[in-house]
Design a protein around this ligand. Structure first.
Ligand SMILES: NC(=O)c1ccc[n+]([C@@H]2O[C@H](COP(=O)([O-])OP(=O)(O)OC[C@H]3O[C@@H](n4cnc5c(N)ncnc54)[C@H](OP(=O)(O)O)[C@@H]3O)[C@@H](O)[C@H]2O)c1
Length: 331
């Protein structure tokens, strides 16, 4: 039975992936890192058959030891936690057996120029394709030295460590994990709309991000774990960049849709968007909102569809809006 070590089990992405992995037809010998003792009990109760490892990503020795026991490391807690990534790399490079590292990354990777120049709300036609355009994605990563973990992943020796980098776009939907079940980008637009009792857009609102339902993302994680467990070739390292998505949405349309839905649910008086905010005003409302609501990150997931037979099957982001607004109004 393949041994899987997963991080982020109490988080939105990692919790949902753990749920999906635990309910998979094949059995995996799962260990999950949890840093908080109370949360560790909750995770253990939710998944009695897994081994909960209590500890922190900052504990390099522990991460190294746990990675050493695993055949597959699913590092979903953080996109750029360098200490733990270095510990995983050290451990897996000395494994002396086929080992796999599936690492979470984020699509702000594609917005470096807009972030650096604080250029928000503008239209872009740029699409990053993870199959036909993968060499461009490798260049973006290597031109971004601050993305230390992404760079570490693409530098792994394929003869020693098989890697998959999951570049997460806007993720939506309710997670099924035992901890945080809420994403950030769309729920925060809804929270701010409800708090201020009016819809808004950031600058022109013409920028777009791709998006994926968290259940579909977990399904891709499972497909990668299955591929690792069966020793499948051709889906790792140079062929192991994944940009999951199920469409893209313009942020002005997303915030407009949220405002219209909030009015429909009787939560704000007027569902038309009359207010425009700047990047600084967005940041004052929600952490890093200028970046998370104001940039472009459109990607095309050709690789997983073609090579792993993965297909998103969940509702679209637009279809999820009523749920997002209802949940934020109840929170
Ligand atoms: N949500 C999205 O839409 C999205 C999109 C793209 C990329 N991402 C990235 O994916 C990563 C995970 O996102 P998320 O939404 O799942 O975040 P989240 O809900 O905040 O979960 C983070 C998880 O990592 C754990 N963690 C954080 N620091 C740790 C440490 N030092 N030691 C041990 N565990 C630690 C947290 O544990 P505790 O419960 O103890 O805090 C939690 O389990 C983040 O880097 C995020 O930027 C997210």
């Amino acid at each position: 039975m393949a041994k899987v070590f997963i991080t982020g089990a109490t988080g939105y992405v990692g919790g949902d992936a753990l749920y999906h992995l635990s309910s998979a037809p094949a059995n995996y010998d799962i260990s999950a890192l949890v840093r908080d003792s109370e949360k560790a009990s909750v995770v253990q109760a939710a998944f009695p058959h897994i081994r909960v490892v209590q500890g922190d990503l900052d504990d390099a020795n522990l991460i190294e030891e746990e990675a050493k026991k695993a055949d597959i490391v699913l590092n979903l807690a953080a996109t750029n936690h360098v200490t733990s990534a270095n510990a995983i790399a050290k451990s897996l490079n000395n494994a002396g057996k086929p080992v796999y590292w599936i690492q979470m990354s984020g699509a702000t990777l594609f917005a470096a120029d807009e972030i650096a120049n604080r250029r928000f709300g503008q239209k872009s036609n740029k699409v990053y394709n993870d199959l036909e355009g993968v060499s461009e994605i490798f260049s973006v990563i290597s031109d971004s030295p601050s993305r230390t973990v992404d760079n570490l992943i693409i530098r792994q020796d394929p003869s020693k460590v098989k890697t998959a980098l999951l570049i997460g776009p806007l993720i939506y939907g309710v997670g099924r994990g035992p901890g945080n079940q809420r994403s950030v980008q769309a729920p925060e637009i809804a929270r701010v709309t409800l708090k201020n009792k009016e819809g808004f857009k950031l600058e022109a609102g013409e920028n777009s991000w791709s998006n994926i339902h968290v259940h579909d993302l977990s399904d891709l994680c499972l497909k990668l774990v299955e591929a690792a467990a069966s020793g499948e070739n051709g889906v790792w390292n140079q062929e192991g960049i994944y940009c999951p998505e199920n469409g893209a949405t313009e942020f002005g349309k997303l915030s407009g849709g949220i405002a219209a839905e909030a009015a429909k649910q009787g939560l704000i008086p007027d569902g038309t968007v009359k207010k425009t905010i700047s990047g600084d005003e967005a940041d004052a409302q929600s952490g890093h909102a200028s970046i998370l609501w104001g940039t472009n990150a459109v990607q095309k997931s050709s690789r997983a569809r073609t090579k792993l037979n993965w297909q998103p099957s969940e509702v679209s982001l637009v279809e999820e809006i009523p749920n997002i607004v209802r949940i934020e109004s109840e929170a």
